[in-house]
Design a protein around this ligand. Structure first.
Ligand code: ZN
Length: 432
């Protein structure tokens, strides 16, 4: 498969690499196996066995040795030997015992194993249009450090990268073992990403960024492996790993933020397209005579359904300058104009989702991003439009749900992209 993400910068060095990651998902594995393989030396047979066990533990969260044998296809004796290595290296911990159904209890011999949460760390960076956010996560993807600074990211890329770098340094310094256990950084950005070049692949979205190679620059400044990812893809991954799409393999994640985009998980794989442009839902035309979009198109979904566009619409009608916070305040107060703006946005998004559903046949659509907090005003017209525009069939009604991770999906998914490389890296660290 083509690789949707870009990996640059130094790979793991000769020093002992950090241990463990507890997130998983076939998607993550499939997305990034190639990168992981490029970052570490070829796996020995024993390393390969450990890697399979770690990946199984990522996907399952926790498992007994017999369960791991079933999941990996390795013999029980091999699993037992490799588990001993992984426990000795601190990569895996024993949690307690389970009965046959897998529920923890005491007194029975089947020990549950899990990847140690503090055995490795990863940093996600979310570069939006108006903010930079950095999150340092433990091996299970749980946030240990999380900060956001508002800034004009679109027009001041150097400032945004400097701020991100400073925040990453602070996060690493503030976390015990932050440097030694750090596997790397992924930068999620609100732009299509060209995997082969490590650049943004649209010439018109985030114009000031198009000549930059943020991952390369970041890797040089931090000395840590850094990759660049699309923020909607990162959000899709996060919802798949930790949120509303956990356990689902055919998923469309729609991010309704200042930028609108979709991350598409098809059969457990993130779809990137030939040029990293797959899922650019925000630039599908919904009103042929609508406003000119920042991409240069006219009437794109982003011009009618981003919270920024809705706030601008209300600013015009109310003759006062309103931001997205005002939009939600007015919505809460039951303002008819704000409600109407969100309802119309929901209808437009629903039409696009209906078309996507006809093309891709997902089993689940997760709607995230800032605007997803608008609740029924958004979701009811959106669902009506999905039903109306999706190909009528005997298939069950498409599930459309709000994301569970809110506006942290992109940054958490970016960290998840890094953690996806852990089974291979940690398999080797366990071999000493
Ligand atoms: Zn556009």
């Amino acid at each position: 498969m083509s690789r949707p993400e870009t990996h640059t910068g130094p790979g793991p060095t000769g020093r002992r690499r950090p241990r463990a990651a507890l997130l998983g998902g076939a998607a993550q594995a499939e997305i990034l196996n190639g990168d992981a393989a490029a970052a570490v030396r070829p796996l020995s047979l024993r390393d390969e066995g450990r890697s399979r066990m770690l990946r199984a533990l990522q996907e399952q969260g926790m498992a007994s040795r017999p369960q791991l044998a079933t999941m990996t296809g390795l013999s029980r004796a091999t699993v037992a030997a490799l588990a001993t290595d992984l426990i000795a290296s601190g990569t895996v911990e024993e949690l307690g015992t389970v009965d046959e159904a897998g529920a923890p209890r005491s007194g029975r011999p089947a020990q549950l194993l899990a990847i140690h949460p503090l055995a490795a760390l990863a940093v996600g960076v979310d570069i939006g249009h108006g903010h930079t956010r950095v999150m340092l996560c433990d091996a299970r993807g749980e946030p240990l450090w999380d900060e956001t600074v508002p800034q004009d990211v679109d027009h001041r890329p150097e400032d945004a990268l400097s701020a991100a770098h400073d925040m990453v340094s602070s996060a690493i310094s503030a976390t015990p073992g932050g440097r030694e256990r750090m596997l790397g950084i992924a930068i999620g950005i609100a732009s299509p990403v060209d995997a082969s070049q490590g650049t943004m692949s649209s010439a018109s979205i985030m114009k000031e960024w198009t000549s930059l190679r943020p991952a390369e620059e970041f890797a040089a400044r931090t000395g840590l492996p850094t990759r660049l990812v699309n923020d909607a893809n990162a959000g899709a991954l996060a919802e798949h790993l930790y949120g509303a799409a956990r356990g689902w393999r055919d998923v469309v994640y729609v991010r309704l933020s200042a930028g609108i985009g979709a991350g598409i998980l098809a059969g457990g794989r993130l779809l990137s397209g030939a040029n990293g442009l797959a899922g650019e839902l925000g630039h599908v035309q919904v009103y042929p005579s609508g406003h000119i979009c920042r991409c240069g198109g006219r009437g794109c979904l982003e011009t009618v359904a981003s919270p920024v566009a809705l706030a601008a619409l209300l600013s015009e009608s109310r003759h006062e300058q309103l931001g997205t916070t005002d939009l939600f305040r007015l919505l809460m107060e039951g303002d008819v104009g704000a409600t109407r703006a969100v309802e119309d946005a929901g209808e437009a998004v629903g039409r696009c989702i209906g078309t996507l559903a006809t093309l891709l046949d997902p089993e689940l659509v997760v709607v995230g991003g800032e605007l997803s907090a608008a609740g029924d005003a958004l979701f009811l017209p959106m669902m009506r439009a999905v039903r109306h525009y999706r190909l009528p069939s005997r298939a069950p009604e498409l599930r459309v749900v709000a994301g569970e991770l809110g506006d942290s999906a992109a940054v958490r998914g970016a960290a998840g992209v890094v953690l996806a490389t852990l089974p291979d890296a940690l398999a080797q660290s366990a071999s000493g």
